[in-house]
Design a protein around this ligand. Structure first.
Ligand SMILES: [Ca+2]
Length: 387
């Protein structure tokens, strides 16, 4: 369809990155996926991207990218997403592998070959900054960069810094100064898309419509368990089972612009502050640019139509994750892939607040190789290297 935007998602899955990939694949033409170290080390987030593609029938190639930020020491988020980024469920074996280990080179070549692509970063901006530094000409060839990151209000990993911005603020600064058309979905927007037990239960119901029935959407079951684990972590950290579904907002801002209301703002990121490093400073003052007021460089997403956003996300998950007949056969759509055994729901001990449909353990099919739990992952076919 001519009106489907063509896009590359640069991500660090993370459950919300996974949802972003599904939304991108359903409503856009997902040309490729690139990965970046962020929520978890590169090897884990790359495996998580591959698994998302496997479970949701996404055929876009996955290119592994940067293992570490431009300047700062690597920083991950095991307290939120687990050591492996997909903690919570018992993960099935992968039957996919990466297309390359040089996402930056892939991005440069692809953007030079095709004008008008959208680049949608949902992790630290390291890969994107390396692209713009290496090939400044490509910024003007993109339709735009729609990233999840930063905040015009509170932070999450510090009082004022959002995680993606905090991990690699130097990279974010390069991107903000690149001259590319930029849309920012920061925490002030993405917290308007609530993640709570209701969402986990919706996902569980999509996965297994009848409590004692078969799993008809293994991808939805993965997401339900990931969300339940995320809520467990948030409850431990904050006392509340409530978070934001951050990354899909950056995709919806492109595929459904009416869902995200934006205003042009001058945005910079703090690089030097001892208390405020990684803070995005969004100039929301009225008036024209002056000597002490920069030109607007970012379309700042400030208001989300969260009901429509939820409806669109669920539509994408239902469509992309659905299988007919045996889930095992439907999830191995590649002709040379290893058949995937029946999906194994979470093996976490259930708590009263967890959604019921996801707390019924089952066993993998006899002879099905098991994937190590998160934090003890099998590497991709080829070792991931620093780009
Ligand atoms: Ca992310």
């Amino acid at each position: 369809m001519a009106d489907r935007p063509r896009m590359i998602v640069d991500c660090d899955p993370g459950h919300d990155d996974a949802v972003a990939l599904v939304v991108a694949a359903h409503f856009g033409d997902l040309v490729a996926i690139t990965t970046v170290g962020g929520n978890a080390p590169l090897i884990d987030v790359t495996n998580n991207a591959l698994l998302t593609c496997q479970l949701f029938g996404i055929d876009a190639p996955v290119h592994a990218g940067s293992t570490r930020p431009l300047v700062a020491e690597p920083r991950h988020a095991p307290e939120v997403h687990g050591v492996g980024g997909f903690d919570g469920p018992t993960l099935p074996p992968l039957n996919r592998s990466v297309a390359s280990h040089d996402a930056v080179e892939f991005l440069i070549e692809t953007i030079r070959a095709e004008e008008g692509l959208w680049l949608i970063p949902t992790g630290p901006l390291t890969n994107v900054a390396l692209v713009f530094r290496t090939a400044p000409d490509v910024a003007g060839r993109l339709a735009g960069v729609s990233f999840m990151g930063g905040s015009a209000t509170v932070g999450n990993h510090t009082p004022v810094a959002e995680f993606n911005a905090l991990v690699d603020p130097e990279a974010m600064s390069v991107v903000l100064d690149s001259g590319a058309r930029i849309i920012m979905s920061g925490l002030d927007l993405t917290y308007q898309f609530p993640v709570d037990d209701t969402l986990a239960m919706h996902l569980g119901a999509v996965a297994r419509p009848r409590r004692d029935g078969p799993v008809v959407n293994p991808g939805a079951l993965l997401l339900a368990d990931l969300v339940a684990n995320y809520l467990d972590q948030l409850e431990r950290l904050t006392g509340l089972r409530l978070g934001g579904l951050h990354d899909p907002c950056a995709v919806l801002a492109v595929t459904h612009p009416s869902v995200v209301s934006t205003s042009m703002r001058h945005v910079q990121v703090e690089l030097a502050g001892t208390l405020t490093r990684g803070m995005t400073v969004v100039d929301q003052r009225r008036g024209e640019p002056t000597a002490n007021r920069g030109r607007p460089n970012v379309a700042h997403g400030h208001t989300l139509d969260h009901r429509r956003a939820l409806s669109l996300v669920m539509d994408a998950i239902k469509a992309k994750g659905a299988v007919s007949g045996d889930p095992a056969s439907a999830t191995s759509h590649s002709s040379n892939s290893t058949p995937l055994g029946p999906w194994s729901p979470s093996t976490r001990s259930s708590t009263p607040s967890e959604p019921g449909p996801n707390s019924m353990p089952s066993q993998p099919a006899p002879g099905t190789p098991s994937r190590p739990p998160s934090g003890n992952r099998q590497p991709p076919t080829n070792p991931t290297t620093v780009s």
